[in-house]
Design a protein around this ligand. Structure first.
Ligand code: TYD
Ligand code: MG
Length: 466
């Protein structure tokens, strides 16, 4: 057998190098290369000789499909994000910043499942038993039959959960603390994390237990360790939120058994996470309806409409290069809208700082928000408050045209439910509800600017230039 060479693996992206280098070729990060023993890698157990393969039966694409058996947790927002509950025999990865509430969420889910007679094992690698008990007490979960262990060794964990009756749900908090005897590298390295996760997934597939794995997120917002972990599991959820706010959003980014555009909304309280069934009310919370620069966007998250306020502040700059700061939205998308405003609407912003904020620590990912953002910008620049009872949505193209977006009827229905009686939306929006309602239909950005600012903008622009 050839002598095994050590490998040098980037801890950020998992790229394998044959020698140590300061900068990873794969992701461009510095100082992320660590020497690891390839014996611990996938399918390369020590001294294993290739065995002779066994043919498997090939089958066809048509045939009976079984609905994936699920265990609903009873936490409606969590079930919504997973697509109806945890699928038996699947592995789910939950990522999030430290302190965002991953352990809290999973303890609440564990308690709820346990109350429904499921066998739940919670393996904590980060906190001692006493700490976990303390949290359970705070969450009113201490009286449930959730089984608890504080352990980090993969073999010991497997031996523990294989013993006795098969668990329905196993929670591993977190994968970064897992270490296996079969891999030589230090705990927390790519090889260790990968080996540990692989062993856990194998257990889930073999026994039909659901495996929930907690993963930390790096500064860049990715699950720490290799991307391969995300490929290995069946579902990846991110638990996000702003430290300064109480809202937490559970976002599905991958789901082999359900939709990926759903979110679950929670609010962190002193008794744990509270489900928020109507997020729009939350994000419209403390609205000052008379202030210029605020527009309500009628958005969609998966199948659910969400109304949220976007706030813009456009002010004459004192700096050579004006500032552009964005919270909760894509900054390159803002640059695009500013460029379209300048090029097609004659709105000059070269002498203005632009600040944009999405209320409540919420993050908008939809291009349909373009129209609301443009409205907020123009409203702030012109010093004209937008009508308080109006919502905005529509995508803006580089030519200045406004394009229709999907789910018009649902967006309008939600707006109406929350007391908004008018809407500014793209011309020729599909499935626009019939009736005597009058919608402000806009087909280009100059139209929108004229509608909001009228002649006001010209005089304010003149003032800046004089
Ligand atoms: P935790 O679940 O430990 O976060 P993670 O596992 O993602 O690191 O949650 C930590 C934060 O949540 C901590 O700052 C305290 C707060 N918290 C509450 O506000 N209320 C509660 O009932 C609990 C249990 C935690
Ligand atoms: Mg934790």
């Amino acid at each position: 057998m050839a002598k095994a060479k050590t490998q040098f693996i980037c801890q950020n992206c998992g790229t394998v190098h044959s020698r140590w280098v300061g900068k990873c070729d794969g992701c461009g990060q510095w100082n992320t290369i660590v020497e690891e023993d390839p014996m611990g890698g996938i399918g390369s157990g020590p001294g294993k000789m290739p065995k002779k393969g066994r043919p498997v039966a090939l089958t066809t694409l048509s045939g009976e499909i079984e609905e994936a058996p699920r265990i609903p947790t009873g936490l409606a927002e969590l079930d919504r994000a997973t697509g109806g509950g945890f699928v038996r025999g699947s592995a789910v990865l939950i990522g999030g910043d430290p302190g965002i509430g991953k352990s809290t969420l999973l303890m609440q889910a564990a308690a709820a499942l346990s109350r429904n007679g499921h066998r739940v094992v919670y393996v904590s690698g980060e906190e001692a038993v006493a700490q976990v008990r303390l949290r359970a007490q705070r969450l009113n979960a201490a009286d449930t039959d959730v089984l608890l262990a504080a352990e980090t060794n993969v073999e010991d964990i497997l031996a523990t959960i294989s013993e006795g009756k098969r668990p329905d749900l196993v929670i591993i908090d977190s994968i970064q603390t897992l270490w296996s005897d079969t891999a030589d590298s230090a705990p927390g390295t790519v090889t260790q994390v990968r080996t540990g996760v692989q062993a856990m997934i194998r257990f889930a597939k073999q026994t039909g237990a659901t495996m929930v794995l907690v993963g930390h997120v790096t500064k860049e917002g990715q699950i720490a360790g290799p991307r391969v972990v995300e490929h290995m599991v069946d579902a990846v959820l991110y638990f996000e939120g702003d430290r300064g706010h109480h809202y937490r959003i559970l976002r599905t980014v991958k789901n082999r058994f359900g939709p990926t555009d759903e979110i679950g909304v929670f609010e962190m309280s002193d008794k744990g996470l509270r489900e928020v069934a109507n997020p729009s009310e939350l994000f419209l919370g403390e609205r000052n309806e008379k202030a210029p620069g605020a527009a309500v966007f009628a958005g969609m998250e998966g199948t659910r409409p969400v109304l949220v306020e976007v706030q813009a502040l456009v002010a004459a700059t004192a700096l050579g290069t004006p500032r552009r700061a964005v919270v909760g939205w894509d900054s390159s998308r803002l640059a695009m809208i500013l460029a379209v405003l300048e090029a097609h609407c004659g709105v000059r912003l070269g002498q203005h700082d632009v600040y944009l904020n999405v209320a409540g620590g919420y993050r908008i990912t939809e291009p349909a928000a373009d129209m609301a953002i443009a409205s907020a910008l123009v409203s702030s620049l012109a010093g004209v408050a937008l009508p308080a009872d109006c919502v905005y949505f529509g995508e803006i193209s580089l030519s200045g045209a406004v394009r229709p977006v999907s789910h018009t009827a649902q967006r309008l229905k939600e707006a109406e439910k929350l007391g908004f009686s008018s809407a500014v939306l793209p011309t020729a929006s599909p499935d626009l509800p019939k009736g005597n309602r009058k919608w402000g239909e806009i087909d280009s950005l100059p139209d929108l600017v004229a509608r909001i600012a009228g002649s006001k903008l010209k005089s304010s622009q003149q003032a800046v230039e004089d």
